[in-house]
Design a protein around this ligand. Structure first.
Ligand code: BG6
Length: 460
């Protein structure tokens, strides 16, 4: 029997823009997603936009019962910045009422809310002023964060600032998947730096409020780099990849310092961001209480010897490669490598002073998942059960070895909308029928999760 620590958090995660819908009602203003979909719907898979998603804005009460039915004792979602502060300054009373009721409903049913502030949903009014490229975004975000802490601090004890800041920056400034979808490495670094400072100032606001028993953290995408070989050039490629993708935010938010190696790489490529006097001290004085790790797949790297200098893209600094032994999630196209979760657990224990952390996302996306429904309409997702169980085996090994992991959140509770992918990749414990008022049906994995949580572990 593989068992987990007492009071382990078993849950699932989603985000406001991917689950609430109601994206243009009750006073909410537009995020970049609402606006981009209006401007270029053809960019979105099957022309699917963010207006309805899984309709949790209207169905949250029933959804809380569904969470309870599969044994969840915690749930992560985010607040929509453009719902709470439609113009950046004035509170929207309908948003306050909605979130207060939502969080109260969770708590009344024994489900601990973990509430995030930013999940890729930049307000359009701020985007028009430059978004994360502009230093103004730092204080603007800190004000939003303070407002949320004040409005919901009596209900929420576990706060996080950002979900996967690196993913959002890369997708916006290097890969073309998030608005403004441009390619500019220098802007990417500057926007990343402002995001970091926005996080740091939000933590500083949080500390000033001294909310009883409340903690604050950040949610990071962790795809550890594995080098092709032990050759020094491949190991250096791994170092660079890990510094850009992981240590940039982990060292600054947990250890309170920007790694020297990262500064060297950025300087050598004329990528150092503009900073403001006092930033360094703010970073040093505002470490987080805990970290969430979103883990889906590893990153395989090798040396890139003929990249442009100065680099115009991270791929000028290291190259990806295909590991010959890899196993793929053939339904989504990502490598399956559960062992990385053990490595992450050990990284947190050794390099990050055993800070409390949890798996804040892990799961298996499946395209066209309706093909796996049985006659009753229930998705028989044995592949997802196997995926999660394999990851939990590695996580439990890490915990046994002393890593301070306090929870596991699957992505996601009910199938949700996912950016340019629309509804292509399904991840939920519940399927959502877009043709029938977003009707939910529990999947086999939801029932498996219930047994897992009841036993606080599983036979392996
Ligand atoms: C995570 C994000 O990186 O991956 C989620 O935090 C996203 O917002 C999830 O939905 C799954 O990604 P995708 O592209 O398979 O839907």
């Amino acid at each position: 029997m593989k068992t987990f620590p007492e009071n382990f958090l078993w849950g699932a995660a989603t985000s406001a823009p991917q689950s609430e819908g109601a994206s243009r009602i009750d006073g909410k203003s537009d995020s970049t997603w609402d606006k981009w979909f209006e401007m270029a719907p053809e960019r979105f898979n099957d022309n699917q936009g963010p207006q309805i998603t899984s309709d949790m804005y209207h169905q949250y009460k029933e959804d809380v019962q569904r969470m309870k039915a599969i044994g969840m004792n915690s749930f992560r979602t985010s607040i929509s910045w453009t719902r709470l502060l439609p113009d950046g300054q004035h509170l929207n009373p309908k948003a306050v009422a909605f979130y207060r009721d939502y969080f109260q409903e969770l708590k009344a049913n024994g489900i601990e809310p973990i509430i995030n502030l930013f999940h890729f949903d930049m307000p359009w009014w701020l985007m028009e002023k430059g978004g994360w490229e502009s230093r103004e975004s730092v204080d603007t975000f800190a004000y939003y964060a303070k407002t949320a802490f004040q409005a919901f601090g009596d209900l929420v004890q576990n706060w996080t600032t950002f979900n996967e800041p690196m993913v959002h920056i890369e997708c916006s400034y290097l890969q073309g998947y998030h608005y403004p979808a441009i390619h500019d490495f220098k802007k990417a670094v500057q926007a990343g730096y402002h995001t970091l400072m926005a996080h740091i100032k939000a933590v500083s606001e949080f500390r000033k409020l001294q909310i009883e028993n409340a903690k604050i953290g950040i949610l990071l995408n962790i795809s550890p780099a594995y080098a092709k070989s032990d050759a020094p050039e491949d190991l250096r490629a791994k170092e660079i990849a890990d510094h850009l993708n992981i240590f940039s935010f982990l060292d600054t938010t947990v250890l309170g310092q920007v790694p020297d190696f990262l500064i060297e790489i950025l300087a050598a490529n004329q990528l150092l961001p503009k900073t403001v006097a006092g930033d360094k001290a703010l970073i040093a004085n505002n470490p987080v209480d805990f970290v969430g790790m979103n883990y889906y797949q590893p990153f395989r790297v090798q040396a890139k010897l003929d990249g442009k200098q100065p680099a115009e893209d991270p791929s000028d600094l290291y190259a990806s490669y295909v590991w010959p032994n890899r196993r793929m999630n053939e339904y989504r196209g990502w490598e399956i490598y559960p062992e990385a979760l053990y490595d992450v657990a050990m990284l947190m224990k050794t390099k990050y002073h055993n800070i409390p952390w949890f798996v804040s996302e892990n799961g298996m996306g499946v395209a066209d998942e309706a093909r796996f429904a049985d006659k009753t309409g229930m998705i028989q997702d044995d592949y997802r059960i196997a995926f999660m169980q394999e990851h939990l085996v590695q996580l439990q090994r890490g915990i046994e070895a002393g890593s301070h992991c306090f929870g596991y959140h699957a992505w996601t509770f009910a199938d949700c909308w996912s950016w340019l992918n629309g509804y292509r990749n399904r991840y939920g414990f519940y399927s959502v029928d877009l043709a029938d008022h977003q009707k939910r049906t529990v999947k086999k994995s939801g029932l498996w999760f219930k047994t897992l949580t009841e036993n606080n572990g599983f036979e392996a």
